[in-house]
Design a protein around this ligand. Structure first.
Ligand SMILES: *Cc1c(COP(=O)(O)O)cnc(C)c1O
Length: 220
């Protein structure tokens, strides 16, 4: 009997299938395994399988978990996917390899300052409030051009755009909108798609999908 696929293999196969349908190269899509709330024991099997991109939503939790794991797996790339308080900007710049939640002028200022101070220029995705839901954070679409200008002035490398569409409604129009905004601004990266909709996101141009539950199971 053949061995059953692991969750990682299943997600990778689904991404490959979505790429095939969309005639995209799977090499364009980075799977970010969202390990928030999961302890090191749960992360180890994915590291052993070869997964190297991980997402966390809290700076403190990531500081507690990752330095030890990274000693063993120095190629790990850490993505901050959760809202960031300006007073944690320096810690975030020191620890993370990408920040997906740049969403306001005060954070541009704080991150620019932290990057100047540490000499680490961490690629950032500007989070866009595509669903007009303030509680999720994200820059209003009307303010995106100004925020991108401010980020460039602060010498923050802008990797692309990120969105979290409203839950429980069809995400397709929101992914299409993020893709269009990225194109309009000449940006490569599109961080979109979670466990429930990453295949759709890939078909609509995602370069980074942030998948937690489908890899780790439900969070406690
Ligand atoms: C938790 C989280 C995810 C992963 O969600 P799943 O549904 O578990 O895949 C993706 N993006 C962000 C911003 C998150 O906070």
């Amino acid at each position: 009997m053949e061995k059953a696929d692991t969750p990682l293999q299943q997600v990778q196969a689904n991404i490959a299938q979505a790429c095939k349908i969309a005639r995209r190269d799977p090499g364009e899509v980075t799977l970010v395994a969202v390990s928030k709330t999961h302890p090191a024991d749960a992360i180890q099997p994915l590291l052993i399988e070869g997964q190297r991109h991980f997402g966390e939503n809290r700076v403190q939790e990531a500081q507690a978990k990752w330095p030890v794991l990274r000693e063993e797996y120095p190629a790990v790339q850490l993505h901050l996917i959760g809202q960031l308080q300006s007073n944690k900007a320096e810690d975030a710049v020191a620890l993370f390899d990408a920040i997906h939640s740049l969403d306001r002028p005060s954070l541009v200022k704080a991150l620019g300052k932290a990057m100047d101070k540490t000499g680490r220029r961490v690629p950032c995705f500007v989070q866009v409030d595509v669903g007009e839901e303030e509680q999720k954070g994200g820059c209003p679409i009307a303010e995106l051009p100004a925020l991108l200008d401010q980020a460039r002035e602060a010498d923050i490398p802008v990797a692309g755009l990120m969105c979290i569409p409203p839950f429980e409604i069809e995400p397709t129009p929101f992914f299409a909108l993020l893709d269009k905004l990225a194109r309009d601004h000449g940006l490569e990266g599109r961080s979109m798609g979670m466990s429930g909709d990453y295949e759709t996101a890939v078909k609509l141009g995602a370069t980074h999908v942030r998948v937690g539950t489908a890899l780790f199971g439900k969070r406690g």
